[in-house]
Design a binder for this molecule. Structure first.
Ligand code: ADP
Ligand code: MG
Length: 323
């Protein structure tokens, strides 16, 4: 017998998040009632994942549940916000219980990690599509914006961008690699780690921040543009994982780090006078970030080789026949 919508919500969604004191009324009524902490700003983000567009057909359900929440947590992390509540709009062809079990397990594990309550949502039928909204808080007027950068700021990125793009290609069978590094890279695509703790701490140090979802070069460019300046990235300083280099080689690894996308790392700018304090209080080797360049007056985002020549990644990647 097919599950009724009520059973579905009760069985799969009611316990998919944590319990929180600030949820006055959660799942079950027409809307949720939530209590924001005094002296805070409410920070809201929403992202939609469509099957065949944002994840391949047949992607593990647990990964879809994880990623739908992770991409939003990453947006909150980029603002320096602490996540609190989520809403989930789920469209699926049929209510497959095994699939839903896995999907909510993936969602719930990440919700637990970040103490997020699932307070409502919507369930409809159609092509598989998952839309999650996350709400969180920052102390009033303290959120990090894309627009806070200035020429001369030092530019950093967390993690090892490019891994996720290679992981997706491995997942799709478009790339082959030896078992261990390939498994690592696939995991980076399927279960990205939103940098929530780093984002919250960066509020004290960073002038501007963005999460890397469309590729480091494009997103550093967006941060720079919002800040009314440009960005310069040093090719030699790009952090690439040894697993990525192992599978695709050094040049392609750096190209993927710049243009891959779906990394969900943080790219942020710091005034030169605050860099010492940043490094001291958030040791880079512990927090996993690296200096990759600087903001500058001249608009646009460019990549510079060790000999200072400008490299062209303007198309899909490094143009070997370009300038
Ligand atoms: P309505 O008719 O008001 O849209 P629904 O029957 O869609 O109500 O939902 C009933 C309750 O279950 C609501 O509180 C709603 O927020 C919640 N809900 C529905 N679908 C989901 C979901 N996918 N995840 C979390 N909560 C959900
Ligand atoms: Mg509804």
């Amino acid at each position: 017998m097919p599950l009724s919508e009520f059973d579905l919500i009760d069985r799969f969604f009611r316990h998919a998040g944590v319990r929180r004191q600030d949820v006055r009324l959660g799942i079950g009524d027409d809307a949720a009632i939530l209590e924001s902490p005094a002296g805070s700003d409410l920070v809201a983000a929403i992202d939609t994942l469509v099957e065949g567009v944002h994840f391949p057909v047949g992607c593990p359900a647990a990964s879809i549940g994880h990623r739908a929440l992770a991409v939003n947590l990453s947006d909150l992390a980029a603002m320096g916000a602490r996540p609190a509540w989520a809403l989930l709009a789920l469209t699926m062809r049929v209510a497959d219980e095994a699939w839903l079990e896995e999907f909510t397990a993936g969602f719930a594990a990440l919700a637990r990690t970040h103490q997020v309550a699932l307070v409502g949502g919507d369930t409809t039928s159609g092509t598989l599509c998952v839309s999650v909204q996350v709400l969180g808080h920052v102390p009033r007027s303290s959120a990090m914006l894309r627009s806070g950068g200035k020429p001369g700021d030092v530019l950093f990125v967390s993690g090892t961008p490019g891994d996720s793009a290679a992981g997706l290609q491995l997942e799709q069978g478009k790339l082959q690699g030896s078992a261990e590094p390939a498994a690592y890279l696939r995991e980076r695509f399927l279960y990205p780690i939103p940098r929530v703790a780093l984002g919250e701490r960066l509020r004290q140090f960073a002038a501007a921040c963005i999460d890397v979802s469309d590729g480091l070069l494009a997103d550093a460019g967006k941060l720079a543009q919002a800040s009314g300046c440009g960005a310069q990235i040093d090719y030699a300083n790009l952090p690439v994982s040894k697993e990525l280099v192992d599978v695709v080689g050094d040049a392609r690894a750096r190209e993927l780090a710049l243009t891959g996308g779906e990394d969900f790392e943080l790219c942020f700018s710091v005034r030169p006078q605050n860099v010492g304090r940043l490094r001291q209080e958030l040791p880079p080797e512990q927090w996993g970030y690296r200096r990759i360049g600087a903001l500058r007056t001249e608009p646009g985002a460019t990549v510079h080789a060790a000999d200072a020549t400008v490299m062209d990644f303007s198309h899909s990647g490094w143009d070997h026949f370009g300038r």
